[in-house]
Design a protein around this ligand. Structure first.
Ligand SMILES: Nc1ncnc2c1ncn2[C@@H]1O[C@H](COP(=O)(O)OP(=O)(O)O)[C@@H](O)[C@H]1O
Ligand code: SF4
Ligand SMILES: [Mg+2]
Length: 318
């Protein structure tokens, strides 16, 4: 193992997710340093959620994940049995979902959930105070009242805050947030994003923040990984990717986000559709939509390293 590998919060090599003969995730690598935030961005269907679910062994029935390397703080997760893995879930690696409802038991109050995550940390009498403080830390007013509520009695934004409070209490090595603000209206979204930024200050957890929204990715990420058709097509420092995107797909995403921000009605989408997973094009998956496509693009493309800390899967950079 390399020195970098020893200190990495998360190390993933060549993740493949299959459903029968269909390849849904096709060789994804992720690297996270402690405390770092990696933004994963890509259109719907590009494999972002399945990548995360694989890390937590939460894939839908029938799907299979394989990776050459999957290490959390140096521990080989592939080698853990179900019982050992369950212990790691929450405290080693935790996930915040787009829809927080599924993370709660509908028959139990918020306080019951908070008590469960505080079980080891607080004595019987102290848990209520600790739980209220944790809710207060994520901007929930009247936390004692919220502790007595059932999940369905809270708004989506409030429930997402409560889930974030639970995860923050566990302070895992790695937090995976899968489009945590997608279902929220704009004002609440801004508040939750601010909350993520304060968590980044407060916790030393590494964060994988998944979004289809470039503006959101730009607000929270140190580095970006752009996914297309089950592969990473570009990675690099967030600033560099945003201001000097290399891959034609990333360039399209950013042009689209800029056009939307300036209110332009035209050109708000990259022309064409993402490829069908059932019948992906041979070679570069972006070829049918790429204005720069040329001879050679019909061959599979490896990631190139055209600059400091940057990678791109495109033959324009040979
Ligand atoms: N439960 C499922 N059964 C069959 N196919 C699925 C299922 N979930 C996701 N997929 C397919 O896998 C691909 C990747 O999905 P996903 O990881 O959810 O994408 P993203 O999160 O980037 O929108 C998509 O083509 C999607 O249709
Ligand atoms: S490899 Fe070819 S088709 Fe793919 S993004 Fe680069 S130029 Fe476009
Ligand atoms: Mg998704």
């Amino acid at each position: 193992m390399t020195a970098a590998g020893m200190s990495a919060a998360l190390e993933l090599r060549n993740l493949r997710v299959t459903l029968g003969t269909v390849q849904l995730v096709r060789g994804v690598d992720l690297d996270l340093a402690p405390g770092e935030t990696l933004g994963v961005i890509g259109e719907s269907g590009s494999g972002k959620t399945l990548t995360c679910l694989s890390l937590l062994r939460l894939l839908p029935r029938g799907m299979a994940a394989q990776a050459d390397v999957l290490r959390l703080k140096g521990t080989d997760l592939g080698g853990l049995d179900e019982a050992a893995f369950r212990k790691l879930r929450g405290r080693g690696i935790a996930m915040i979902f787009q829809d927080p409802v599924g993370a709660f038991n509908p028959a139990k109050r918020i306080g019951w959930h908070m008590r469960a995550v505080l079980a080891r940390a607080a004595s019987d009498g102290a848990w209520q105070r600790r739980a209220a403080a944790a809710l207060s830390d994520v901007g929930i007013a009247e936390p004692e009242r919220v502790l007595r509520r059932y999940p369905h009695q809270l708004s989506g934004g409030m429930l997402q805050r409560a889930l974030i409070a639970m995860v923050a209490t566990l302070a895992p090595d790695v937090i995976i947030a899968d489009e945590p603000t997608t279902n929220l209206d704009n004002i609440i979204e801004q508040q939750i994003l601010a909350l993520f930024r304060s968590l980044q200050q407060r916790l030393s957890s590494a964060l994988v923040f998944i979004t289809h929204d470039m503006r959101v990715a730009a607000l929270v990420s140190d580095r970006l990984a752009v996914m297309y058709a089950g592969q990473i097509v570009e990675t690099g420092p967030a600033e560099a990717v945003l201001h000097r995107p290399l891959h034609p797909y990333t360039q399209g995403l950013i042009a689209t986000a800029d056009a939307l921000a300036s209110g332009a009605a035209q050109l708000a989408e990259i022309p064409g559709q993402p490829p069908s997973v059932l019948d992906p094009p041979a070679g570069c998956a972006f070829r049918p939509r790429c204005a720069s496509a040329r001879a050679g693009c019909e061959a599979p493309q490896a990631l190139r390293s055209p600059g400091e800390a940057r990678q791109v899967r495109c033959l324009l950079y040979d």
